[in-house]
Design a protein around this ligand. Structure first.
Ligand code: SF4
Length: 290
């Protein structure tokens, strides 16, 4: 399982997100059914019907191939998911799942975390990497939850991203999985796959979120995140994507390229997309559900 590329959300990441958001404040999307504070950025260019159709065909195929896709973090409540998502930066979900039971045995809720001994927290979460920043963030987040929200994790995007260590990726993961609200969490897999599939031209997670949200309807955002993550873990690996066994190879401009990510030209893509509509799908490797 690959590590998330995102570093722990500290001042630098939060600053970068704010910088992107403020730079693009004039082009925040206005998607029906999404609260104003949770609106993603509007894409730099309005996507055409062909791109939307290809993106939704990819979703449909991945939903069959990875029908068991789910949030791999083993949480029991919104507080645990919030903390575990902060811990997952630059770390595998497996490591977070191993460390978390010990952490939550000592600090089961926001109140306990707010008064936690920082050195003890660092010791427990050391194996997740960046443990000083992460310990500071989760203890500070516990305090903020107690002071501002009565110890409960809020659902609102504005309230979530105001918590220490929480950016839009973490907020979307919490909203999408703990609260069942539409949430597109852009981690390293989502970024890599959406670039390879030419669903975005951006390298900025906040802009990528906006591009994907413009292609899929809100009820596809949360599961779309999981489908891309599972496909990235199982098939479209960072170093050596297994295009020959990929169920969306005919819809992916990067299929069989030596340097995936360099999209093919539009006519060749149109031919692939057209072939995909008539060709039987190849089977996808499956893992046994845990
Ligand atoms: S065709 Fe290859 S590059 Fe495209 S999504 Fe599939 S594995 Fe990734």
């Amino acid at each position: 399982m690959k590590k998330s590329a995102a570093k722990p959300a500290g001042k630098a990441q939060a600053g970068a997100t704010r910088k992107t958001a403020s730079k693009s404040a004039v082009r925040v999307a206005n998607i029906p059914g999404i609260s104003p504070d949770a609106q993603p950025l509007a894409p730099a260019r309005r996507p055409g019907e062909e791109l939307r159709s290809r993106a939704n065909a990819i979703f449909d195929i991945l939903s069959e191939a990875h029908a068991d896709a789910h949030c791999a973090l083993e949480y029991r409540d919104p507080f645990q998911l919030l903390v575990m998502t902060i811990l997952s930066a630059q770390c595998t979900d497996d490591v977070v799942n191993k460390v978390s039971p010990g952490l939550f045995a000592r600090y089961p809720d926001a109140e306990a975390m707010a008064s936690a001994d920082l050195d003890d927290v660092m010791k427990i979460i050391r194996s997740t990497g960046f443990f000083r920043a992460k310990a500071n963030n989760i203890v500070a987040a516990g305090r903020a939850l107690v002071e501002r929200h009565g110890g409960r994790v809020p659902e609102g995007m504005a309230e979530l991203v105001a918590l220490p260590g929480v950016g839009r990726k973490t907020a979307n993961i919490v909203r999408g999985n703990a609260f069942h609200l539409p949430g597109m969490g852009v981690d390293t897999h989502v970024r890599r796959l959406s670039q390879r599939m030419a669903l975005t031209r951006s390298d900025d997670p906040v802009e990528i979120e906006g591009d994907l949200c413009a292609l899929w309807p809100p009820d596809r955002w949360t599961m779309g995140t999981h489908f891309l993550i599972f496909h990235g873990r199982r098939v479209c690996h960072a170093r050596a994507p297994r295009c020959s066994g990929c169920v969306v190879q005919d819809l992916c401009p990067s299929a069989f390229l030596k340097a995936p990510g360099r999209a093919i030209k539009a006519p060749a893509l149109a031919a692939r997309v057209s072939r995909a509509r008539t060709k039987p799908r190849v089977s996808s490797p499956r893992r046994k559900p845990r």
